[in-house]
Design a protein around this ligand. Structure first.
Ligand code: B16
Ligand code: MG
Length: 222
């Protein structure tokens, strides 16, 4: 039985993954190297400082002090915040509002489990904050996905045991975090990238919870 659905934010409910990419790409270019969308795939769902480490490694940059790294991460974040401040309710991905309303009608609890410290700002900008019973994000845990902490905290916040939770994730690191937490996971996006997810959907448009729950039940233990 499903008691709660836990949602990653970036790339699942809103397309902020594009804004993260634009800001990281700008930083890479300023540091003198190119950063492709393919390189960016590995940053999805990963914390800000861990993302910076991956970016610097991709550019072959070594030996920066913690202070230098902090300044680079802050610079990237200020560009990123500039993008997300322009977001409006039109930025909620197709089908998301309908899907959340199906869950609420069935009294399934909903929570956010995001690595992003900017999660509250994004939820407020796109007008969906009130649709979640709990918001757990990068401010609540320093342990980045694939560590399961963010989803375990979200499950505890809505008082539902992990096996009764379903996670929605767009990133390979997030799928691992969900499985490590002992939860089922719906991958949202590219089935090639999300191979370990219990079930993969391309997005929420036309997705019916009852059909999805039957698919999840059919895959259990596989
Ligand atoms: P911030 P999610 C993640 O959010 C993003 O996917 C990842 O690209 C980003 O580095 C991370 O949040 C931290 O975000 O810099 O805003 O704190 O996918 O877990 O919702
Ligand atoms: Mg994500």
């Amino acid at each position: 039985m499903t008691g709660a659905c836990l949602f990653d934010l970036d790339g699942v409910l809103v397309d902020t993954a594009t804004y993260h990419y634009l800001a990281w790409k700008r930083l890479a270019e300023e540091l003198g190297f190119a950063f492709s969308e393919r390189d960016n795939e590995r940053l999805k769902g990963v914390s800000r400082m861990a993302s910076l480490d991956l970016l610097l490694a991709a550019g072959g940059i070594e030996g920066l002090s913690d202070g230098d790294k902090q300044r680079l991460a802050e610079k990237k974040n200020s560009w990123y915040v500039g993008y997300i401040k322009q977001m409006t309710p039109a930025d909620v991905l197709p089908g998301v509002l309908d899907f959340l309303s199906q869950l609420r009608k069935r009294r399934i609890r909903t929570a956010i489990g995001s690595a992003s410290k900017n999660a509250p700002l994004i939820l407020e900008r796109v007008g969906i904050a009130a649709l979640f019973d709990a918001v757990i994000d990068g401010r609540h845990t320093a342990k980045a996905k694939p560590d399961p902490d963010v989803f375990l905290l979200a499950a505890a916040a809505v008082r539902v045991p992990p096996p009764d939770c379903v996670v929605f994730e767009d990133a390979a690191a997030g799928v691992e975090a969900a499985l490590q937490a002992g939860m089922r996971c719906v991958g949202v996006g590219d089935a090639g990238v999300l191979q370990r997810a219990t079930v993969v959907i391309p997005g929420f448009a036309q997705v019916k919870w009852d059909v999805l729950e039957r698919q999840l039940a059919g895959r259990e233990g596989k």
